[in-house]
Design a protein around this ligand. Structure first.
Ligand code: HEM
Length: 316
């Protein structure tokens, strides 16, 4: 009898635990169609604009670093609610919310009320990497959506491009990610674009940059702060819409676009890891996948915590 009570007690704990694990099979009976639905919208969005894959991958990163992967980033500001979209790392920079809305509608058509926006973002980020030529992996799911957001978390947790290696390392460590994960995940900068305001200081003032490359980047980015701030340049000048290891090849040639990029290859502890990815794209892909899975595990809401939002932009 006592043993039976103990078992029932343990079962009830499991049912309410907030530490439930994500799993790759969470939707296998409740929404097996979710993967095809996400993929088809991502395929069309990226066919229309290749950069969109990069933009969606970045949304996942900026979501996970602020109170975990809970779709807090997707919430719109209202007169009574402060979201994360206007925080410094996001304001005028994050994009792709309309694509996430389109994915959510497609998923709601196949299984209404079942799949969280947080999981949609995780799957869409994986699909973006695959569509642009990167590695594939099984996405762990079972996250639920937050009813809150953190403006200060977005300002404090997401590393600025002025960061040095120590700051990058400690901001990733604060999320349970190693320096090795940080270097591998930074390989995401093999796709996408950055604004002049974020690379101006590096291309005008830093010395760890090759000068023809600095000159080219200066030509599209006026030195005066406030002029041309939103002019874009590719993070990987060679192939900004292909996911491969060119980002690391650029770093070895001192052609990183952001100050923070070049910090990964600047005579410090991470140089050897960068070199290893230059010589082995498969080593980069394997470590990138490990990093993405670890990042996706950052403090998810599970069980009965949070909610499944109907509209990713607002709390139900
Ligand atoms: C290591 C620290 C990181 C720093 C300091 C950093 C910083 C930045 C900055 C400043 C931009 C350009 C934003 C703009 O100018 O509007 C950017 C773009 C981007 N970042 Fe990062 N990032 C970091 C790590 C990551 C990670 C871990 C990922 C994903 C796994 C990621 C994915 C991207 C992508 C794909 C873009 C291009 C987005 C687009 O074209 O819309 N970044 N990042």
């Amino acid at each position: 009898m006592a043993a039976r009570i103990a078992v029932l007690f343990l079962l009830s704990l499991a049912g309410t635990s907030s530490a439930q694990q994500l799993s790759t099979s969470f939707y296998s009976s409740s929404c097996p169609g979710v993967y095809d639905a996400v993929k088809s919208v991502m395929n069309s969005a990226i066919a229309k604009e290749k950069r969109m894959g990069a933009s969606i991958l970045r949304l996942f990163f900026h979501d996970c670093f602020v109170q975990g992967c809970d779709a807090s980033l997707l919430l719109d500001d209202t007169s009574s609610f402060q979201g994360e979209k206007m925080a410094t790392p996001n304001n005028g920079s994050v994009r792709g919310f309309e694509v996430i809305d389109a994915v959510k509608s497609a998923v709601e058509k196949v299984c209404p009320g079942v799949v969280s926006c947080a999981d949609i973002l995780a799957i869409a980020a994986r699909d973006s990497v695959v569509i642009l030529g990167g590695p594939n992996w099984n996405v762990k799911v079972g996250r639920r959506d937050s009813t809150t957001a953190s403006f200060s978390g977005a300002n404090n947790n997401i590393p600025p491009p002025s960061s040095g290696l120590a700051n990058l390392t400690s901001l990733f460590a604060a999320q349970g990610l190693s320096q090795k994960d940080m270097v591998a995940l930074s390989g995401a900068h093999t796709i996408g674009q950055a604004r002049c305001t974020n690379f101006r200081a590096h291309v005008y003032n830093d010395t760890d940059i090759n000068s023809p490359f600095a000159k080219t980047r200066q030509s599209g980015c006026p030195s005066t702060s406030g002029s041309g701030d939103n002019n874009l340049a590719p993070l990987d000048f060679q192939t900004p819409t292909i996911f491969e290891n060119n980002y690391y090849k650029n770093l070895v040639n001192k052609e990183g676009l952001l100050h923070s990029d070049q910090e990964l290859f600047n005579g410090g502890a991470t140089d050897s890891q960068v070199r290893s990815y230059v010589s082995s794209q498969s080593a980069f892909f394997a470590d990138f996948v490990t990093g993405m899975i670890k990042m996706g595990d950052i403090t998810p809401l599970t069980g009965s915590n949070g909610q499944i939002r109907k509209n990713c932009r607002r709390v139900n």
